[in-house]
Design a protein around this ligand. Structure first.
Ligand SMILES: *[C@@H]1O[C@H](CO)[C@@H](O)[C@H](O)[C@H]1NC(C)=O
Length: 137
């Protein structure tokens, strides 16, 4: 019995070591090369949610991520032609990929769906210090 316990313990240690050794390498999570992804700071944060009228928020992180979004309600007709309110969302986000490239998405979302505009490169998308445009009806 004593030998079995020792054997079982050795097996557990070996198995545990194997699991640890075969675990995938930590992901860089999109942090730019050379930057520790666990050391990302909030550079700018703003959030306003007035409930029934809509909301807006912006945040920027020290790893280059930026996100800004505005949501407002618009008067639209439903399928039966009745007047209803529909949420209209306009936003932008961008981040620096592990390849050092900036990826950006500008989008709107409304009663007809999600409409993204996608691009790469330092220009074209939202810039540091910028907020998503105020939604217009
Ligand atoms: C994307 O959105 C940002 C700000 O939200 C704007 O400045 C930029 O012009 C937009 N880009 C395109 C291609 O529409």
């Amino acid at each position: 019995m004593k030998q079995f316990v020792v054997f079982a313990s050795v097996c557990c240690v070996l198995l545990a070591g194997r699991v640890v050794l075969s675990a995938p390498a930590p992901q860089q999570g999109g942090a730019p090369a050379g930057q520790n992804p666990n050391d990302v700071q909030t550079v700018r944060y703003y959030s306003e949610n007035n409930g029934l009228d809509g909301y807006k928020f912006t945040y920027e992180l020290s790893d280059g991520q930026i996100r800004s979004e505005v949501g407002t309600y618009r008067d639209v007709k439903d399928a039966e032609g009745k007047d209803v309110k529909a949420l209209f969302v306009q936003g932008s986000y961008s981040f620096v990929g592990p390849d050092g490239q900036t990826y950006w998405v500008n989008y709107t979302a409304d009663e007809n769906g999600y409409h993204p505009k996608v691009g790469t490169g330092p220009t074209g998308g939202i810039q540091a210090g910028q907020d998503a445009p105020v939604a217009s009806a």
